[in-house]
Design a protein around this ligand. Structure first.
Ligand code: BDP
Length: 325
């Protein structure tokens, strides 16, 4: 036997002697802006547990909650580069990167949560997933984010009350135009800076859903909540394309299924948390200004539709969403 053959035989014996370890385990890092106990954090933890179990612990995912890996815009860049492997993102920070995300951000588009879910689980979600894939992000499932309303340091009852007020928005051209259309001074800021900016008077208000208003304690510094419910923009549970490309079909299907189950859980927890958060802030003395007739607000939004649903494809998407029953 030649020396080389002996070496090969030894190497094979050594391999055979190894315990049956799963093919190289992978460590995945996940981004979440919210705390671990927020519906999204709980649903992400459920997702990572399912993937761990169903891959026999070969894919080990860990979510870094509370924006430990940075603010949302940076995290999206990192997903594209593959330095963050998965995450839950609101779709508005994609507005300037993927045109179809503007459609689901559009003000006063959805009649209710069910309408939004049917659109994002169907025709809108398909269009958005295609565009996100092209920028390096694979959409697996869609999370609820409720309706977004205004909250301010002074009472706001009509668009006229908003005039000249500095209102924080997410980094998105659509949001800047939307807020300007309502009469305010839009101020794009990262989520994590809203509390101190409200406190120091850099801004006079912001806009979000009940759970974010409550969990961030923004309600302590912006004491008036006006139920404009101007946008129902949903969220995505996504993985980086860099990772996705290295997975086989069985792994992809397993991950998609786990993501769908995670979204079902998130939606249940979300509906509960919306009520709880509302009760908490009301108990803490927040003034809720109910808007029953939204038409004066919606009437100001036509230029936003004209600008952000301008192409035939986007206008067609808006039309098919409106026609949904
Ligand atoms: C919350 C979303 C979060 C956004 C935040 C914001 O869940 O992803 O970053 O709003 O307004 O509702 O920035």
């Amino acid at each position: 036997m030649s020396a080389r053959r002996i070496l090969t035989a030894c190497a094979m014996l050594a391999l055979a002697a190894l315990p049956a370890l799963p093919a190289a385990a992978q460590e995945w890092r996940g981004w979440n802006i919210h705390a671990a106990d927020y519906p999204n954090g709980q649903a992400m933890d459920a997702f990572t547990r399912m993937v761990g179990e169903r891959s026999n612990n070969r894919i080990r995912m860990r979510t870094f909650h509370s924006a430990q890996l940075g603010q949302q815009d940076e995290a999206i860049q990192q997903m594209r580069l593959g330095t963050i492997d998965f995450g839950n993102f609101n779709l508005s920070p994609f507005n300037n990167l993927a045109a179809s995300t503007n459609v689901v951000t559009l003000p006063f588009l959805f009649r209710d949560v069910g309408h939004m879910q049917r659109a994002i689980d169907g025709v809108a979600g398909e269009a958005i997933a295609r565009e996100l894939e092209a920028i390096g992000i694979i959409a697996l499932a869609w999370y609820d984010a409720g309706a977004r309303s205004l909250y301010t340091t002074r009472p706001v009852r009509t668009p006229a009350d908003l005039r000249g007020m500095k209102i924080r928005v997410q980094t998105s051209d659509l949001w800047i135009d939307l807020m300007r259309g309502l009469g305010a001074n839009p101020t794009p800021l990262p989520f994590g800076e809203v509390f101190t900016s409200l406190q120091s008077g850099v801004i006079d208000g912001a806009e979000n859903n009940w759970p974010s208003y409550e969990s961030t304690r923004h309600f302590e510094v912006a004491r008036f909540f006006t139920t404009t419910e101007h946008s129902n923009v949903p969220e995505v549970l996504a993985v980086s394309r860099q990772r996705w490309q290295r997975m086989n079909e069985a792994e992809r299907n397993m991950m998609r299924e786990a993501a769908r189950e995670s979204a079902a859980l998130q939606r249940r927890l979300w509906a509960e948390r919306e009520m709880v958060s509302r009760q908490r802030v009301v108990a803490a003395g927040v003034t809720v200004i109910e808007i029953n007739d939204r038409s004066p607000w919606a009437a100001l939004m036509e230029p936003v539709y004209a600008k952000y649903a301008a192409t035939p494809a986007l206008a067609g998407l808006v039309r098919s969403i409106r026609e949904m029953r």
